[in-house]
Design a binder for this molecule. Structure first.
Ligand SMILES: Cc1cc2nc3c(=O)[nH]c(=O)nc-3n(C[C@H](O)[C@H](O)[C@H](O)COP(=O)(O)OP(=O)(O)OC[C@H]3O[C@@H](n4cnc5c(N)ncnc54)[C@H](O)[C@@H]3O)c2cc1C
Length: 444
């Protein structure tokens, strides 16, 4: 695409949000985070060196990395910082990919693979460094993450995974039946592994803290301003919202699972799945202490994973794949409540007053993708449910991509944007896959 060629994308943009009543307000995190900072809507015409579209972790980490290099940044979000997955997630900071390191190196080559592995293994350090540096009060804890196996076959898979990550330097060790029972507080698992440098945050507090840090260091952050058109004119980008526009030579799209039709094929390069969570009120001390007593976070070994933890106030929070909507019903929550009680029968009489959901951006290869979409236009998306840690590292890479303009090799491979064939049928496809995986999980 030539820079001088205007590529206005004139179709009306589907709002990135699911309209009022979108579910964020019903989440535990909206209840426990301080109010969102008061920020303006984009009105009139403004200039910046870099415009970041999307104020989730990816956009905010990118903005902060650019600000550290003295770059003047404007961030624009359709709704507010943390409105997307960043304000709704499980808060588990997990610094490993879903694939094993050897598979990454086999696919991307020794050198690029090693860079990616180092990047992901350092990503939890990146999160906690941002929290420390900007003094973000977000209930950050670095207590580790456990993945549990329910049977011997899956135990062997997780054992191999643990050793593979340990071999490349991860702080990982296997857990036998006794130890996993002690650490998890349930006898549901036969074995597993512990990733010691993982941790947790209150996700919305973290997102809002990053936003305040960016604004405090000079970024302009506009809320309630969906970008509806992106055009390149004479080497600069015009980023238009319903009431204003921003001009910049560089633009970063950080819209992930909430991507609209803003850039052809972007939304179609991921499958946005809904994940839902439920939470109790703070548990009485003795009951709370019987669940994950050392406060690790935890995931099981299912294809349709369950992830769970206790929050800073001692609430039990559990999540899993949900139906395709942002506001799960009481009926939707039943299966998850049953699972919570199967894991921890002591929760039998305990109510789950919170339920909410958000979009997880999945990619066909279960890896995040970094794309240079056009000169001066970069994006990273598809964190596959592991973005809390990875986005802090990817933000630095996106910042570097803006600063270098493609001159230097990045620590994460740039790939071509590949829309998923028959994307419009993804819901039906996902429903079928979920039924299939649910069956396999039951059989296991
Ligand atoms: C329920 C749930 C549980 C999860 N649990 C975990 C977990 O425990 N651990 C983990 O590592 N990961 C987890 N994830 C994934 C993690 O939350 C994401 O990977 C991460 O938050 C992605 O951040 P992001 O900034 O890329 O995207 P988002 O946070 O989704 O941000 C995208 C932003 O773009 C904005 N936007 C979109 N289109 C436009 C537009 N046209 N104009 C302006 N703004 C726009 C949206 O409003 C939104 O704020 C979970 C996700 C969900 C939904």
């Amino acid at each position: 695409m030539s820079d001088s060629h205007s590529i206005a994308i004139r179709q009306s943009v589907q709002t990135s949000v699911e309209r009022p009543g979108d579910g964020l307000d019903r989440s535990l995190w909206a209840r426990t985070a301080p109010a969102a900072p008061a920020l303006p809507v984009l009105r009139g015409s403004h200039r910046a060196e870099v415009v970041v579209v999307g104020a989730g972790y990816t956009g905010l980490a990118t903005a902060l990395a650019l600000i550290e290099h003295g770059v003047q940044v404007a961030i624009v979000d359709a709704r507010e910082p943390g409105f997307g997955a960043s304000g709704r997630n499980g808060g588990q900071v997990i610094p490993v990919f879903k694939h094993e390191p050897q598979a990454i190196m086999a696919r991307f080559g020794e050198e690029a693979g090693r860079d990616m592995i180092d990047m992901v293994m350092r990503s939890a350090d990146d999160v906690f460094a941002l929290i420390d540096k900007y003094g973000i009060a977000c209930d950050a804890e670095r207590t580790g993450w456990i993945q549990g196996a329910r049977n011997a076959a899956s135990g062997q898979v997780l054992h191999r995974r643990c050793l593979a990550w340990r071999k490349v330097g991860a702080d990982a060790r296997p857990l036998d039946a006794d130890e996993i029972a002690q650490l998890s507080g349930t006898t549901h698992f036969r074995s597993g592994w512990l990733l010691g440098n993982a941790g947790s945050v209150n996700p919305l507090k973290y997102a809002r803290g990053l936003a305040s840090a960016a604004v405090g260091r000079g970024a302009s952050l506009f809320v309630g301003s969906p970008v509806v058109r992106l055009e390149s004119v004479d080497g600069a980008w015009r980023v238009a919202t319903p009431e204003g526009e921003l001009h910049a030579r560089r633009v970063v799209l950080a819209t992930n699972g909430y991507s609209t039709r803003l850039w052809p094929g972007l939304r179609e390069s991921i499958v946005p799945l809904y994940s839902m969570q439920i939470a109790t009120d703070p548990l009485p001390a003795a009951l709370g202490a019987s669940i994950l007593p050392r406060r690790q976070t935890m995931t099981d070994d299912r294809h349709l994973v369950h992830y769970f933890r206790r929050d800073a106030a001692g609430r039990f929070v559990i999540g899993a794949r949900g139906p395709f909507r942002p506001d799960p019903s009481a009926h939707d929550a039943r299966r998850l409540i049953a699972m919570a009680r199967r894991l921890y029968p002591q929760l039998d009489e305990v109510a789950f007053p919170f339920r909410w959901a958000g979009r997880v951006a999945m990619t066909p290869d279960f890896m995040p993708h970094l794309h240079r979409l056009a000169p001066g236009l970069t994006t990273a998306l598809g964190f596959n449910g592991r973005g809390v840690a990875m986005t802090a590292a990817m933000g630095r890479v996106l910042a570097q991509a803006c600063l270098d303009d493609g001159d230097r090799r990045l620590p994460y491979p740039v790939s071509a944007l590949r829309p998923i064939p028959l994307h419009r049928l993804h819901r039906a496809g996902v429903q079928m896959m979920m039924s299939y995986y649910r069956l396999r999980d039951r059989l296991a």
